[in-house]
Design a protein around this ligand. Structure first.
Ligand code: NAP
Ligand code: GLV
Length: 325
């Protein structure tokens, strides 16, 4: 019997030996993702796909998949690029990589929070620009982090990891989420559940950790920025489209909020002529939340394990749509 065929949409640093034993592998070796038309052609003949969040796995693509197509395995925890209802209707399990990237993403979120508060990027530009003349009492001042109030929007794996970090900074922590978590966990993490609007009004730092869903699209727009403190800083390491970027630009340019630090934009990459890039009170990183070497290795391995299970017709260890079983 010929081995199943799999397509991996980018070069991974991890070893593919285990997969190689059971499948014939084709890897897209270019730096840019495969064009949609290439994917559309591939899915007609392959048995499994290992994809990234840069691949658009939509209705047309899933419906074009051949009869032998068995599994979609995404190397990311978020899966808003995949049409899950259509995959489910075709009984195709979709895998993802939760948990292994929680700490790396929380660490980057914390780095952004601290860099925005203490103006680290501006300060670096200041020194390189030859502007450092002397120690000045009022140079590059920012707010305190220790003892400040933090608002966490979306209290899942990463949101909770942020709360654990906040403990070390003696912060008052509010969270809002679809569901309130159990009170023992609240006590343990030292957090208080509150309404979204109250959190916006109270927090010195607001950090976003929801998935991108219909109901979280542009969750942050004009009204939400107006509710926030003028001294507040927004951090977004979730998905770009959760924030209305035009509204974010206005809020930052008009001083409705003090600053922002974002790892995700809409679209990605952000166009180089975006007005956001002209703002000194905004830090942008290129979607590197999970980018520690160890984490990316774990994500790749987890995606391969999901892929192998799908090829063998076994239940994926981390399945987004278990209804297929
Ligand atoms: P998670 O454990 O599923 O947490 C998401 C949380 O958001 C859940 O508690 C969920 O509540 C809550 N939520 C859902 N809808 C909401 C709403 N309308 N309002 C408020 N809260 C809502 O996911 P995670 O592992 O923490 O990851 C969160 C997101 O981070 C991912 O979906 C991904 O987009 C993003 N991410 C980005 C990077 C990066 O590189 N920048 C890395 C990793 C993850 P329920 O559980 O009750 O539904
Ligand atoms: C990264 O953004 C992920 O969802 O894993």
């Amino acid at each position: 019997m010929p081995k199943p065929q799999v397509f991996i949409t980018r070069h991974l640093t991890t070893k593919l030996d285990q997969l190689q034993q059971i499948a014939t592998i084709e890897v897209w070796e270019e730096r840019q993702p495969p064009p949609y038309t290439v994917l559309l052609k591939k899915v007609k003949t392959i048995d499994g796909l290992l994809c990234l969040l840069t691949d658009q796995i939509d209705q047309q693509l899933i419906e074009a998949a051949g009869t032998s197509f068995k599994v979609i395995s995404q190397m990311a925890v978020g899966y808003d690029n995949i049409d899950i209802p259509v995959a489910t209707a075709r009984k195709i399990p979709v895998g993802h990589t939760p948990g292994v990237l929680t700490d790396a993403t929380a660490d980057l979120t914390w780095a952004l929070l601290m860099a925005a508060a203490r103006r680290v990027v501006e300060a670096d530009r200041f020194v390189r620009g030859g502007e450092w003349r002397t120690w000045e009492p009022n140079l590059l001042l920012g707010p305190n982090i220790t003892g400040a109030t933090l608002g966490i929007v979306g209290f899942g794996r990463i949101g909770q990891a942020i709360a654990r970090r906040a403990k070390g900074f003696d912060m008052k922590v509010f969270y809002t989420s679809k569901n309130r978590c159990d009170q023992e966990l609240e006590r343990d993490l030292g957090v208080e559940f509150t309404a979204f609007e109250h959190l916006l009004q109270e927090a010195d730092f607001v950090t976003i950790h929801t998935p991108l869903l219909d109901e979280t699209y542009h969750l942050f727009s004009d009204r939400q920025f107006k509710l926030m403190k003028q001294s507040a800083i927004l951090i977004n390491t979730a998905r770009g489209a959760i924030v209305d970027q035009e509204a974010l630009y206005q809020a930052l340019a008009n001083g409705e909020i003090a600053g922002a630090a974002i790892d995700v934009t809409d679209p990605e990459p952000i166009p180089t002529d975006s007005p956001l890039l002209s703002l000194d009170n905004l830090i942008i990183t290129p979607h590197i939340g999970s980018a520690s070497r160890q984490t990316r290795e774990k994500m790749a391995n987890m995606a391969i394990v999901n892929l192998i299970a799908g090829l063998k017709g076994e239940r994926l260890p981390n399945c987004v749509n278990p209804e297929v079983y």
